[in-house]
Design a protein around this ligand. Structure first.
Ligand SMILES: C[S@@+](CC[C@H](N)C(=O)[O-])C[C@H]1O[C@@H](n2cnc3c(N)ncnc32)[C@H](O)[C@@H]1O
Length: 488
C-alpha cells in the first residue's frame, strides 16, 4: 500500500471507512519501514494524490471527507486550516466518465469543477489497486448508455454456456466490469479487490463474467463469507448461526444476501488462471478469522478449485459424480418448456378458497361498483404496474363482460401448495398469463417443474424437481423464473 506509484481508488466509497483504513495501513507500513517523522507527510501525500474515493450521494460524500480528514489528523497529517488542500474524494458517478467525452454543463460551477477533477483521476491516473464494497441492487433500473455497456461485456461467452436470467443487471456487476476494464485493459496489471453479493460466484447469470476473469487475471482468490438468508437460512453446515459479515450488535441481521471478498490479480507478464483459490468462512467468528489471517500466505489459506466448464465455470467447490456429464439434460428429454404464470396481483387473483376467489372476481366484473370502490376493497386489483393501467384494463374487461367460467383453475402456487387462480386471457390483469402455456394444461398431461439454478447454488436443496398436472407459478421465493417442462 505504501509505494508512491500505487494509485488506488474505492469507486463507491460511501462514508469513507475503507479509505480511512487504507491510510492507517499506509501509516503502519511506513512506521515499520522506519520512516518516523516522514510518515505524516507521506500519508498526506497519499490521501491527496494517490488514494481516491468516488461517491455519487452527497451525504456520504461529506461524511467521507470528514472521516478521512479526522483520520489524517490522527495520523499526524492534518489538512491545512486555509482550506486549500483536500482529500482525493470526489462526488461523481464512478461508472461513467472513464473515457474523454463531451458532457452537458452542470448547473453549478462547483459541480463542474468537481467533475473535472474526478475526470482527471479517472482518465489520467494509472490505477493499480481498486478496492471497495460496490452497491448491490438487483433492480438497478435503467442504466445510462455507458453503464449499460459495462454489463454487456459479460453477456457474450466463448466456450461456456451463455448467461441465463437477469443477474447481470445487478449494480455490483457494473462496478466489477469497470474495475476489470481499468486494471486489465488500461493499466495492464494490478489488483481488484471487492466485497460484494456472492451470487456471481456460481450463479448461471454470470458464466460470461467468470469465463472472462479466468482469462484476464493471473490469480483469483475468494473468501466466501456466506451468511445468506436464501441459500442457507443464515446457518452454518452444522446448524449454528451464520450472520452476515455486515451484522453488528446494533444490527444483528446485517444484510440478507451472502457475501464474498474476491481478490483478482493481473500481472504485467500475464498468464490466464486455470484454477482459483477458495475458502469458506462461516459463523460468528468469521470477522475474527479474516483479521487473524490477513497476513497469511495465500497457499496456506485457499483450496484450489478448478472451475468446471460443464457447470458454467463456478468459482466455488461443487460435488459432481463421475459420469455426471454423460447424463442427458432436461431440455434434451423435454424439448417444450414454459415459464410459469405470474400474476403480480396474487392477493386478488389467487386464493386457497374457490368461493372467496369467485366472490372477489364477481365484484370486479360488477359494473355498478366503481373503480374506486374496487380499489378500496381490493387495493391490489387496482394498482397500476409497469405494464398495466389497472383502470383501463378493468374498463376493457367490463365492456367485454365476465368473469369467464373457465378462468377458475387449480394452480400450483408453490411446490405442494395448490390454490385457485382466476386466469384472465385479456389485458395485462395477469402480468404474465403465459397464453402459450395455458392450452397445454389439461387433464392427463403431466408437467415437470425444475428450478435449474438450485442444483448449482444450494447446499440444502440439491435441485428441485416437482411433478404437477396443474397450471403453475414461477417459484418466486427463489427469485428466478422456474422453467416448466412438458412431459408429453
Ligand atoms: C455498499 S456502499 C459502500 C459503503 C462504504 N464502503 C462505506 O464505508 O461507507 C456503496 C456506496 O456506493 C455508492 N454508489 C452507488 N452507485 C454509485 C455510482 N454509480 N458511483 C459512485 N458511487 C456509487 C452508494 O451511494 C453507496 O454509498
Amino acid at each position: 500500500m505504501a509505494p508512491t506509484d500505487v494509485q488506488r481508488p474505492d469507486p463507491c466509497c460511501g462514508t469513507g471507512a475503507y479509505l480511512a483504513q487504507v491510510l492507517r495501513r499506509i501509516a503502519t507500513n511506513l512506521e515499520r519501514e522506519g520512516q518516523g517523522a516522514l510518515t505524516g507527510a507521506r500519508v498526506k501525500q497519499a490521501a491527496t494524490k494517490r488514494v481516491f474515493g468516488f461517491e455519487i450521494m452527497p451525504a456520504p460524500f461529506v461524511v467521507a471527507h470528514l472521516q478521512v480528514g479526522l483520520t489524517m489528523r490522527a495520523l499526524g497529517a492534518p489538512l491545512t486550516e486555509e482550506g486549500d488542500e483536500r482529500a482525493g474524494i470526489y462526488l461523481t458517478n464512478a461508472l461513467t466518465g472513464w473515457e474523454p467525452h463531451t458532457t452537458k454543463p452542470l448547473p453549478f460551477p462547483e459541480l463542474e469543477d468537481e467533475r473535472e477533477r474526478a475526470a482527471q483521476v479517472k482518465q489520467a491516473t494509472p490505477i493499480l489497486v481498486i478496492l471497495g464494497n460496490p452497491p448491490y441492487n438487483g433492480f438497478a433500473g435503467m442504466a445510462v448508455h455507458e453503464e449499460r455497456e459495462l454489463s454487456d461485456a459479460y453477456r457474450i461467452t466463448k466456450r461456456v454456456r451463455p448467461p441465463e436470467g437477469r443477474g447481470l443487471n445487478d449494480l455490483y456487476v457494473r462496478f466489477f466490469r469497470m474495475a476489470e476494464r481499468r486494471i486489465v485493459e488500461k493499466t495492464g496489471c494490478g489488483v481488484v479487490c471487492f466485497i460484494s453479493n456472492y451470487s456471481w460466484l456460481d450463479g448461471l447469470s454470470y458464466t460470461g463474467m467468470r469465463e472472462r476473469y479466468l482469462e484476464a487475471f493471473d490469480a483469483i482468490r475468494v473468501d466466501c463469507l456466506n451468511g445468506d438468508k436464501y441459500k442457507t437460512g443464515k446457518t452454518t453446515p452444522d446448524g449454528s448461526p451464520d450472520p452476515s459479515i455486515f451484522s453488528t450488535p446494533e444490527d444483528p441481521v446485517g444484510i440478507q444476501v451472502g457475501t464474498a471478498i474476491a481478490t483478482m490479480i493481473r500481472k504485467s507478464d500475464h498468464t490466464s488462471a486455470s484454477e482459483i483459490g477458495f475458502r469458506h468462512l462461516w459463523g460468528q467468528s468469521k470477522p475474527y478469522t479474516l483479521t487473524k489471517t490477513a497476513h497469511a500466505l495465500p497457499l496456506t489459506l485457499y483450496d484450489p478449485v478448478e472451475p468446471e466448464l460443464g457447470l458454467g465455470l463456478p468459482f466455488a467447490p461443487t460435488a459432481v459424480s463421475p459420469g455426471w456429464f454423460a447424463w442427458p439434460e432436461l431440455p434434451e428429454l423435454f424439448p417444450a418448456r414454459f415459464h410459469g404464470v405470474l400474476t403480480n396481483r396474487d392477493a386478488f387473483l389467487v386464493d386457497t378458497d374457490l368461493d372467496r376467489l369467485r366472490s372477489r372476481i364477481a365484484s370486479y366484473f360488477d359494473d355498478s361498483v366503481s373503480h374506486d370502490g374496487i380499489a378500496r376493497r381490493y387495493p391490489n386489483a387496482m394498482k397500476d404496474t409497469a405494464r398495466c393501467n389497472a383502470r383501463a384494463a378493468r374498463d376493457i374487461l367490463l365492456a367485454r363482460g365476465g368473469p369467464s367460467e373457465t378462468g377458475f383453475v387449480r394452480f400450483t402456487y408453490r411446490p405442494f401448495d395448490n390454490r385457485w387462480l382466476y386466469w384472465e386471457a385479456d389485458t395485462k390483469l395477469l402480468d404474465e398469463k403465459r397464453a402459450d402455456y395455458r392450452p397445454h394444461v389439461f387433464e392427463g398431461n403431466l408437467w415437470l417443474s425444475a428450478a435449474q439454478h438450485l442444483a448449482a447454488r444450494s447446499r440444502r436443496t440439491p435441485g428441485l424437481l416437482h411433478r404437477t398436472p396443474r397450471l403453475a407459478s414461477p417459484d418466486r421465493a427463489r427469485r428466478q423464473p422456474v422453467p416448466r417442462v412438458a412431459a408429453r
